[in-house]
Design a binder for this molecule. Sequence first.
Ligand code: V47
Ligand code: SF4
Length: 381
Amino acid sequence: MTTHADSDRLRLIRTKVEANQRLSFEDGLYLHNHADLFTLGELANIVRERKNGNVTYYNVNEHLNPTNVCVYRCSFCAFRSDLKGPRAYVMSDEQILERAREATERGCTELHVVGGLHHQKPYEWYLNIIRIIHENFPRLHLKGYTAVEWDWFHRLTGRPTRDILAEFKSVGLGSLPGGGAEIFHPDVRSKICEYKASADDWLRIHQEAHELGLRSNATMLYGHIESPEHRVDHLIRLRELQDRTGGFQTFIPLAFHPDNTRLNHIQKPSGMTDLRVMALSRLMLDNFDHVKAYWIMLGIQTAQVAQSYGADDLDGTVVHEKIYHDAGSDSPQEMTVAEIRRLIEEAGRVPMERDTLYHEVVRGEGPNQWQIGRKLQLATI
Ligand code: V47
Ligand code: SF4
């Protein structure tokens, strides 16, 4: 039940949001636990429209997961396989290049490259993937490898992650995806993915990437064993790094999908929770330009509604997604550009195709005929 004290608190938070002032940890927790969803959405929409007007972005992309074999055993993961497991696969260079060719022929501007940490593959294997794709298909932006993978490359070679990032950049890496962040708080991280890169490693690696001129994304995996405090703490740690570097582009809240995981006794988060976390993220991350409703993970309906709860980006056409489909996602395997645009227009927003770095994409006749246009910022829309 809402009390007078409650409504005073909410009024104060509303004043802060309207004045473009930063929300505290306590504000975030209060919003998470007490604000009704409608109010939360209304407040998040103020920030969303201040930053991105009425536009919702999308991109034309495909995913490439070169292997699902992984030395780690994160309890939330249905994608990974043991080295000799029946589902284990490793793509050959030919298969990798074929995927990049397919992406190019479909008019993709981006290939999203992430995978498992294979017990037997050397550092050069991962480097070569970026090198050969870039040499053969230089127009494809390669958004590749999570901080967990960069940390693994450090463990393989003993070299500093900064040098490794610089080497990958020199052979064609374009930016970093936001995966591997999960929940930063050690009370949770130690239970769901104890051996892989720590929160400090994740944040340091993104800082190094930003210092090298590589932009990156950030994520938060919610809806498993974490509490509201852990979610707000996670968002504030990201906000603090963004204050220092300004290198993050987009935040993507990721809803836990339990099927085929060791946490399959947990129910997947409801649509109400998805929208609450989306709106809270938009409000707390006042220094992030974009918040993405990743439709593969949210489902098409919730992604559509999320455009009124803080989200200004739907990600892409996303062909060959495995991580969520292995964990029970019943979203389709891909969406056509026409479908994405309809989803956006039906929500009363204006669809705009972007490249990975948020430049306008100007399309000609055939799928391959596209040019990168101006940098998309609210002031130029
Ligand atoms: O790091 C794994 C998560 C992430 C499950 O940067 C799961 O543009 C839910 O980071 N249920 C990979 N989540 C995906 C990712 C991503 C996706 C789309 C766009 C971008 C971007 C990044 O998926 C992993 C992990 O946090 N994950 N298993 C699961 N069962
Ligand atoms: Fe491996 Fe990534 Fe799955 Fe963890 S989430 S088990 S690091 S593939």
